[in-house]
Design a protein around this ligand. Structure first.
Ligand code: TLP
Length: 344
């Protein structure tokens, strides 16, 4: 029985082209700045995002943490959405390692209202920390891969500029957002000062994320990466995959989105899930299980027995993620197996 893994797009295996690229990549010691393949990836990523420079980092978590550290000093405060990945899923690195305090805003499906941000920006007062960064997430993971509208990002940018506060984007899946909006990633990146995006999710690289921003920001970030133990040596074997991700794998994302839409329809038709096609913009689905007698964790356990993997978000909600390594046929098969369990 084939295992159908819908837990995350992080489970994607490198493509055959990546394996070839890895084996022939020119290499050097990247801490000395000598790895031609890493240098090439950093150049290409910066150009694609329309920014001055970029930095190859091992993970999205490290990229976000470095961004927060580069934009702030310990004791300051940063504004971020209450269900953002940085706040919920990065082991409180911003508190523990960057030494900043999080000021969260309850968004509407991940989208923060500029007026709420404005009300949260600290005034000068002997009691207050300084607000030194605003973070946005697009696509928004907890909001089921929702794309935050460019208009909202532009409003936040305008406010932040007026207050001289930088904006960082957790753009782990920025290429999914661009595919949904049918726009260039540059358009999204133009709304922020810095951004992180992942090569290792839907873009199928085995390892790696990019941190992108101004020359000064990346210079600081490079030293912070060393501080955090992320200075890698012949990292070109990984960067070679990243170049394939950027050249080839971005083309896969519309297919992943189509497959997610099919999965939503099929889950809806079973009558056991509350899901909405309108809420499914990209490759992440939040499906509320309504079948009597089941909780999401219990059902995820039963699914595993029948070779279908997904994650329970809460007692009721299951997250399904589509990606290159699940085909349309796999999705149909997964729904058949799920229905069998629920009808038994
Ligand atoms: N997300 C992973 C898990 O950590 C939940 C996933 O399977 O979705 N920003 C966003 C929006 C993310 O979704 C993730 C990873 C990260 C940052 C962190 O990236 P990594 O895993 O490379 O540290």
């Amino acid at each position: 029985m084939k295992t159908i893994d819908l837990r995350s797009d992080t489970v994607t295996k490198p493509t055959p082209e990546m394996l070839v690229a890895m084996s022939s990549a020119p290499l050097g010691d990247d801490v000395y700045g000598d790895d031609p393949t890493v240098n090439e990836l950093e150049k290409v990523a910066a150009e694609m995002m329309g920014k001055e420079d970029s930095l190859f980092v091992p993970t999205g978590t490290m990229g976000n943490l470095i961004a927060v550290m580069a934009h702030t000093t310990p004791g300051q405060e940063i504004i971020l959405e209450a269900s953002s990945h940085i706040y919920l899923y990065e082991v409180a690195g911003i508190a523990r390692l960057a030494g900043v305090q999080a000021r969260t805003i309850n968004g509407n499906r991940g989208e923060m209202r500029p007026e709420d941000i404005e009300n949260s920006i600290r005034k000068e007062d002997i009691h207050f920390p300084e607000t030194s960064l605003i973070c946005i997430e697009n696509t928004h993971n907890m909001a089921g891969g929702r794309v935050i509208p460019l208009e909202n990002m532009a409003e936040i940018q305008e406010l932040a500029k007026a207050k001289s506060i930088p904006v960082h984007l957790d753009g782990a899946r920025i290429f999914n957002a661009a595919a949904y909006l049918e726009t260039d990633v540059k358009e999204i990146a133009s709304k922020v000062d810095s951004l992180m995006f992942c090569l290792s999710k839907g873009l199928c690289s085995p390892v790696g994320s990019m941190l992108v921003g101004s020359t000064d920001f990346i210079e600081k970030a490079r030293k912070l990466r060393k501080l955090l133990g992320g200075g890698m040596r012949q990292a070109g074997i990984l960067a070679a995959c990243g170049l394939v991700s950027l050249k080839e794998q971005t083309k896969q994302l519309p297919k992943d989105h189509e497959n997610a839409a099919t999965l939503v329809e099929s889950l809806y038709e079973t009558g056991f899930f509350d899901v909405s096609i309108d809420n499914t913009h990209t490759n992440i689905i939040n499906a509320r299980l309504t079948a009597p007698g089941w909780t999401a964790p219990k059902f995820v356990g039963a699914m595993k027995e029948s070779g279908v993997l997904a994650n329970a978000r809460t007692e009721e909600v299951i997250r399904f993620v589509t990606h290159k390594d699940v085909t349309l046929e796999d999705i149909e098969e997964a729904v058949v197996r799920m229905s069998q369990i629920l009808k038994a």
